[in-house]
Write a protein that binds this ligand. Structure first.
Ligand code: SF4
Ligand code: SF4
Length: 319
């Protein structure tokens, strides 16, 4: 496989192909770890309710800090991406979304779509993008389609279908039904890793072929997303446009010593309230929810051997 960095034509710049994405501060925010499902492949710590839902006053206090630091002082666009557990189960989710809209923040949810249609009708107008995961052990196909249909002509709807090897064919049928019912949605077949770690479940060769081929795209997706592709420049002046996972597949996701914009274009709030610049944790703890957070004003030198999170990869880096 080609490895540009090994050939010494190293990247001097990795930047957003569209500069508008560089203005977005994407905040990956885990609100707690309670979930309406208990998928067999999901580590308990992601759904067992052992972390209390974050307090609304603490969350709103961070909204104010984000507004001041990123929007008022730096002209950025704050884009909140709530996860869990199942973030729609947060007891004050409606208020959290409404208050985010009042700040003019953009909002995404990563959800299993399990709540009622009535709930989704209420919050639909507050969302700018949604990532729905179809978990075949618990999801009801008709309900899932109805939830996605409500949004798909207004905002970008990305559907991930988790493909367990033991129920592969039934789940593939469900994925095809989603494809047929929702032509404007992006649908990905997701291979599962044991305990969400690095080892894949035991797939047959046929199953792996289906996973790598995926499902066809039927229509250009609607709406905006917080991130897109990156444009690279090498020492010899070559340019290329790459998706986040292409950096990983080619093994060119190594930027130790580069100046990186995590913390200027991203933030991570963990379920326990600890705030970092990004998923990689470079730069250490910026503070705890409920306190004044030391939000960054400068890029940071990377200290990691690999940049392995897709969200982290999609921030500007310069040699
Ligand atoms: S829906 Fe997501 S968080 Fe909930 S149990 Fe399944 S994988 Fe875990
Ligand atoms: S590991 Fe962190 S600091 Fe290093 S390049 Fe990736 S996002 Fe930036």
């Amino acid at each position: 496989m080609e490895d540009i960095q090994e050939e010494h034509d190293v990247f001097t710049l990795i930047d957003h192909s569209d500069p508008a994405y560089g203005k977005v501060v994407l905040v990956d925010w885990m609100l707690g770890n309670s979930c309406s499902y208990a998928c067999s492949y999901c580590p308990k710590s992601l759904h067992d309710g052992s972390i209390k839902w974050q307090n609304i006053d603490d969350i709103l206090s961070l909204y104010h800090q984000l507004q001041r630091h990123y929007v008022d002082e730096r002209g950025k666009v704050v884009w909140l991406q709530f996860t869990g557990g199942e973030p729609t189960m947060h007891p004050r989710i409606m208020d959290l979304l409404r208050r985010a809209s009042e700040h003019d923040f953009k909002v995404s949810l990563i959800s299993n779509a399990s709540r009622t249609l009535r709930f989704w009708e209420k919050i639909n107008g507050c969302l700018n993008n949604i990532i729905l995961t179809y978990h075949s052990e618990f999801a009801e196909l008709d309900h899932f389609i109805s939830v996605a249909k409500m949004m798909v002509d207004r905002i970008s709807v990305q559907i991930n279908v988790t493909m367990h090897p033991q129920s592969f064919n039934e789940t593939l049928d469900a994925a095809r039904a989603l494809r047929a019912a929702l032509p404007a949605a992006t649908i990905s077949l997701k291979p599962l890793r044991q305990e969400f770690g690095s080892d894949l479940y035991d797939y047959t060769d046929d199953q792996l072929r289906v996973l790598s081929k995926g499902l066809p795209t039927t229509r250009k997706p609607t709406g905006e997303t917080p991130r897109s592709v990156m444009r690279t420049t090498t020492q010899s002046g070559k340019n290329e446009t790459l998706r986040a996972n292409e950096f990983i597949l080619r093994g060119v996701n190594r930027w130790k010593g580069y100046k990186c914009n995590i913390g200027l274009e991203s933030l991570r709030v963990k379920g326990n309230g600890i705030v970092h610049r990004g998923v990689c944790g470079v730069g250490g703890v910026l503070g705890n929810l409920g306190e004044e957070i030391h939000l960054p004003s400068e890029a940071i030198r990377c200290t990691r051997d690999h940049c392995s999170c897709l969200a982290d990869i999609l921030t500007r880096k310069e040699l």
